[in-house]
Design a protein around this ligand. Structure first.
Ligand code: FES
Length: 334
């Protein structure tokens, strides 16, 4: 026991000699905000870059003149209770007003390990809603999600009726090839390019109708292609286990299903300042590399590769498959 204590005190002494790295001081909520010429208000929120986990902006309530979002570039120093800006107050007042609708809170998105980087408590930490997804408001997403839960709860009661109505749907998966576009649209390797296509859908006794879907197609360089197919041909099977199609390992064109494997949201190709080019899903911020592998976030598996074939003149066709969301392994549902 005494020996243990001695050993530990040796470790502590060694640790004491190491350089102590002070954690970066972060702006605190309710801290006063001061410009070189005057106090302008207080910090009401902080905005976090979802990829780097750094505070990118503070939101300042400007003494009854609205809230403004101030980039950290304007911040000269942060001390306990005070954020000193280097910019004159007139320039800060000229900044656009803060738009709350452009952000989601960290209660709504899961950002792993964020609490290790951000020490602002209590209050709202915000994450910007990615530009292209502002149309698909999170409120709509959660409303649909709530409706879906309600539907599932009522499903056992309605099941016999629904089953009768849906009898025509008990048909094998549709494995038809769908044209999505020409490879001439792809100008660079290892860059995700979105292709939209139409698919005919027939539900129960409803008339057939068309929906728009999308895939991301990549012309992969050899190292990225190897990560995708593990140097093997990728086989796809029908419901009876027979080989439906084989994506040959040497073909550099790869199609990723347009749905995020986490919960099925649409994702985008984005440029990130430290990670480079990535696929980013705005719903819960899953990040995928060019080869579809999970780089960060809650997605349990990488992007789903689809069967792809190409004609001599570069027309690409895919088989539209969908897989169960939220599972580690791929389970085809459409
Ligand atoms: S749906 Fe959740 S991260 Fe994409």
């Amino acid at each position: 026991m005494a020996g243990d204590l001695q050993e530990h005190s040796g470790e502590y002494a060694e640790a004491d000699q190491k350089e102590v790295v002070e954690p970066m001081v972060q702006p605190k909520l309710k801290s006063k905000v001061r410009c070189p010429d005057q106090d302008i208000g207080e910090v009401t929120r902080v905005v976090v870059d979802p990829l780097s986990h750094e505070i990118s902006h503070i939101v300042v309530a400007m003494n009854g003149r609205g809230e403004r979002q101030v980039a950290m570039d304007h911040v000269q120093a942060v001390t306990e209770g005070l954020v000193q800006l280097r910019t004159p107050s007139a320039d800060i007042t000229a900044l656009p007003l803060f738009k709350r609708a452009d952000y989601v809170t960290t209660h709504e998105v899961e950002i792993s390990h964020l609490e290790e980087k951000i020490h602002v408590t209590p209050g709202e930490v915000l994450v910007p809603l990615p530009e292209l997804e502002k149309e698909v408001k999170r409120r709509t997403f959660f409303m649909n999600f709530t409706n879906a839960i309600g539907f599932l709860i009522g499903l056992p009661l309605a099941f016999p009726i629904i089953r009768f109505l849906m009898k025509p749907m008990y048909i094998p998966f549709n494995n038809e090839w769908l044209k999505v576009g020409n490879i001439s649209k792809i100008k660079q390797e290892d860059i995700g390019v979105q292709f939209k296509y139409k698919k005919k859908v027939k539900e129960a006794y409803m008339p057939e109708y068309e929906i728009e879907k999308n895939v991301w197609i990549l012309k992969a360089t050899p190292p990225v292609l190897e990560k995708i197919n593990q140097k093997k041909d990728v086989e796809f099977h029908d419901a009876k286990g027979r080989t439906l199609w084989t994506n040959k390992k040497e073909v550099p064109y790869v199609a990723f299903s347009g749905k995020c494997p986490h919960l099925g949201c649409g994702y985008k190709w984005r440029k990130h300042k430290t990670l480079g080019q990535i696929f980013l899903c705005p719903c819960h911020l899953s990040i995928f590399g060019a080869s579809g592998e999970v780089v960060d976030g809650p997605s349990p598996r990488g992007l789903d590769v689809l069967p792809l074939k190409m004609s001599a003149d570069g027309e690409i066709e895919i088989i539209d498959m969908e897989f169960k969301a939220g599972t580690k392994s791929q389970v085809r549902i459409i």
